[in-house]
Design a protein around this ligand. Sequence first.
Ligand SMILES: Cc1ncc(COP(=O)(O)O)c(C=O)c1O
Length: 383
Amino acid sequence: MPYFDNAATSHPKPEITWKAMEHYLKQVGCNPGRGGYAGSIEAGRIVFAARERLKALFNAPSEKQVIFTPNVTYALNFAIKGLLSPGDHVILSSMEHNSVVRPLRFMEKHYGVKLSIVPCDRAGRLDPEDVRRALRENTKLVVLTHASNVTGTILPVAEVAAVLRESEAFFVLDTAQTAGVLDIDFQALGLDFLAFTGHKALYGPPGTGGFVISERAAERLVPFVQGGTGSKSDLGEQPDFLPDKFEAGTANTVGIAGLGAGIQFVTATGLEKIREHEQNLTRLFLAGIEGIPGVRVYGPEQMDERVATVSLTLDGADLGEVAARLDAEYGIMVRSGLHCSPLAHKTIGTFPAGTLRFSFGYFNTEEEVLTAVEALQALAREY
Ligand SMILES: Cc1ncc(COP(=O)(O)O)c(C=O)c1O
């Protein structure tokens, strides 16, 4: 059964991921940082190892600057709600996911935060000069997705980072669609906040994610969670050192064990190899569906401007029905609709019906892609 919804969550997970989770649950099972006995120390070691792997993957300044959250949505909420004050100005692109747009709209409504949405073109491309033009003296945050979950378009993050060097604004990057596929160097880019999710191309389980934070952002960020950390328990206040300042309560240790193993898989396989395989599948798919009557493809034509996510429409067809028929008649799993990104669909002209989205992962094969091409050819003849 070809699974082409890797932009939602990757499936299957590598064996190493679920083996690490099984190991933790069966052999360890204790709470990290909460006791001096062997099981607790081993659990702490598992969490620390995952932090270290994330530090290496993103070239974070230290593993202490890697913070775990339940997913990238929580991480983005941390940045948006913890760094903004009433009246601050924020820049975002018109390709953002609702995990950026909704907390920002909330801050606009309740705290008078001002938003500038920089329009991307119909392929989802952003001009960094538009970010420069949108900057104001009181711009506190620039929040960008690294790649669109609708069109796969990669945004020019290095160029925007260069623009922001002249500004005091914090640069927040949503790497939900790129972590584990593209090389992301936190220090070289000069990022303040890199938000990641564990269950997509990092091949961890659902319920994992987090952020890497710069020292200057960590000083300013007001955490919206306080509680037990297993450290400085005599204090009535949250410790102010990292990572404890931003992590409270029992960690998702089993999830973090799986995430740590997922990153091990990514690192051992190599980002280049993963990217190359996914690009080959995307190229094969795009070539196969080119010229099918009624099929329109969105996003950039250049392969180096996109990740392995392809959105399309089929003239005259209800895309929800097409997705259901692909599932029922061909065993092909894809997603139709707005993909939690209505703003992106307004940008590319597919709102409100949305698109049919095929997103490929490392475990997909060329045979699976060709099956999808044949299925689309057959369905297009009918509509
Ligand atoms: C660009 C982007 N940002 C944020 C998210 C939210 O991810 P999560 O549900 O893991 O928080 C997604 C997931 O689809 C995404 O594609």
